[in-house]
Design a protein around this ligand. Structure first.
Ligand SMILES: O=C(O)CCC(=O)C(=O)O
Ligand SMILES: [Fe+2]
Length: 225
């Protein structure tokens, strides 16, 4: 099936062993007020807990998450990641939420934030509420994914995390600068790439397949910066 959606769902981004490792590492670690890393208006509406970046566990968790991203062909082919911000590891206890906001357009060492990503680190049955909600032209969309899954969405959208009304929500959040800035252009390239990949799997290697690959390459070269 060809994926044609600006919201990329990565199923099982983390395997059971990785989830176990992250669970263990975060258990002993200290979490602090999430307002510390929020700027501007987002600071007023942010109410969560974040793993302190000076904690020993922090770097180990980063490594597990980056390894998982590195082996995902879907992540690479759909998003053209050029720069990935260090993950924020967050918890939302009962009563916590993150109100409507947009993320900073530029973060860290002057990286542009094109795509935001939430990795769900615990089972959705462990908490009520806590959906990631995006405002889009046709209406709002809510995501509350399985443990180990991730959602990637263009940073243009206003979004919020609904109040957790029971239990605890545990996520990792990051931002990606893409080689291809526009979501529409990424969608065209990803569509063509999936068609080329399907033809390749069917052992079809006609002249037309070569031309498809040629134009895919030329479009990517035209749009990459
Ligand atoms: O926790 C999430 O799913 C998203 C959090 C968020 O919007 C942010 O950190 O900017
Ligand atoms: Fe956000």
């Amino acid at each position: 099936m060809i994926i044609q959606n600006a919201f990329l769902h990565l199923s099982n981004l983390l395997d059971a062993a990785e989830l176990g490792q992250i669970g263990k590492l975060s258990e002993q670690a200290k979490y602090q007020d999430g307002k510390i890393t929020a700027t501007g208006a987002a600071r007023e509406v942010k109410d969560n807990l974040q793993l302190n970046e000076h904690e020993q566990a922090y770097m180990s968790i980063q490594q597990v998450l980056l390894n998982a991203l590195n082996r995902s062909a879907l992540f690479r082919n759909a998003l053209f990641p050029q720069n990935v911000h260090p993950f924020l590891i967050s918890k939302y206890d009962k009563g916590m939420s993150y109100g409507w906001h947009v993320d900073s357009p530029v973060m860290g060492n002057m990286m542009r934030t094109d795509i935001a990503m939430t990795v769900f680190l615990n089972d959705p049955a462990e908490y009520e509420g806590g959906e990631l909600e995006l405002q889009t032209a046709p209406g709002s969309i809510k995501f509350k994914l399985a443990k180990g899954d991730a959602i990637c969405y263009p940073c243009q959208h206003l979004h919020r995390v609904n109040e957790v009304t029971s239990g605890q929500r545990h996520v990792a959040v990051t931002w990606i600068q893409s080689l291809v800035r526009s979501p529409e252009q990424r969608g065209i390239l990803f569509g063509l790439q999936q068609v080329a990949e399907t033809l390749h799997q069917q052992n079809i290697a006609t002249e037309e397949v070569g031309v498809l690959q040629q134009h895919y390459s030329n479009l990517l070269r035209m749009w990459a910066y």
